[in-house]
Write a protein of this length. Structure first.
Length: 179
C-alpha cells in the first residue's frame, strides 16, 4: 500500500487507510472465522487493541448478509480494531498473506468491496467515498476495476459479465463523445 489518502472535507487531513476509520458490519460467519484465527490476527495489533472486544453490539438480522445476521467491529483509536496499528492495512488481510491462507470468507466482504457497497437491489458507491482524496485521482483505476474480482467472489460470474458489458458500453460512449 503506497498510496496516501486524505479526508477532503477535513481540510485534506492526511489519513492513511481512511476507509477503515469507522469499523464495519461483519457477517456472523465471518466473525466466527476471524475468531478462529485470533492468534494470527492479534499478534499484528497493538496490545490494547488485541485485548479489547473485537465486536460490539448484538447480532442484527439483515437479509443482505449471507447468514442473514451481522455484528459490528469495534473501533480503536482512529479506526477499526483490525487496522494493523504497527503498519498500514488490515490485520486480517495481512495475517492471511503472512500465513498463506485465503482471506475470502474471513476478511469481511463489506471491507473487501469498499468503496462499493450493496443492498438487496443495487451495487452502489459507499456514501462516504466522496470524502476521500482517492475519489478524485484521475490516474486511479475505476472503482469497478478495483472491486471486480471481489464482486465475482461474492455475487458470481454472471454479475461480472454483465458489468463488464456495461463498462464497455460506457467506454465506447465516452470515446464517441470525446470525438
Amino acid at each position: 500500500m503506497t498510496h496516501e489518502c486524505s479526508l477532503v472535507r477535513h481540510g485534506d487531513r492526511r489519513m492513511l487507510d481512511a476507509c477503515c476509520q469507522y469499523g464495519a458490519d461483519v457477517d456472523v460467519g465471518e466473525r466466527d472465522r476471524i475468531e478462529a484465527r485470533a492468534g494470527e490476527i492479534e499478534r499484528l495489533l497493538v496490545p490494547d487493541a488485541a485485548a479489547q472486544p473485537w465486536f460490539i453490539g448484538p447480532e442484527r438480522e439483515d437479509p443482505d448478509f449471507p447468514s442473514g445476521r451481522h455484528v459490528r467491529t469495534a473501533r480503536f483509536g482512529d479506526g477499526c480494531v483490525f487496522l494493523a496499528h504497527d503498519r498500514r492495512g488490515c490485520a486480517i488481510h495481512r495475517a492471511a498473506i503472512e500465513g498463506s491462507w485465503d482471506m475470502r470468507g474471513t476478511k469481511p466482504h463489506v471491507c473487501r468491496l469498499f468503496p462499493l457497497s450493496y443492498d438487496s437491489e443495487a451495487i452502489v458507491l459507499s456514501d462516504d467515498y466522496a470524502d476521500y482524496s482517492c475519489a478524485y485521482d484521475p490516474d486511479a483505476p475505476t472503482v469497478y476495476q478495483v472491486g471486480r474480482d471481489t464482486l465475482g467472489d461474492i455475487f458470481g460470474a454472471p454479475l461480472v459479465a454483465a458489468m463488464d458489458e456495461a463498462e464497455e458500453a460506457v467506454r465506447e460512449t465516452s470515446l464517441v463523445a470525446l470525438g
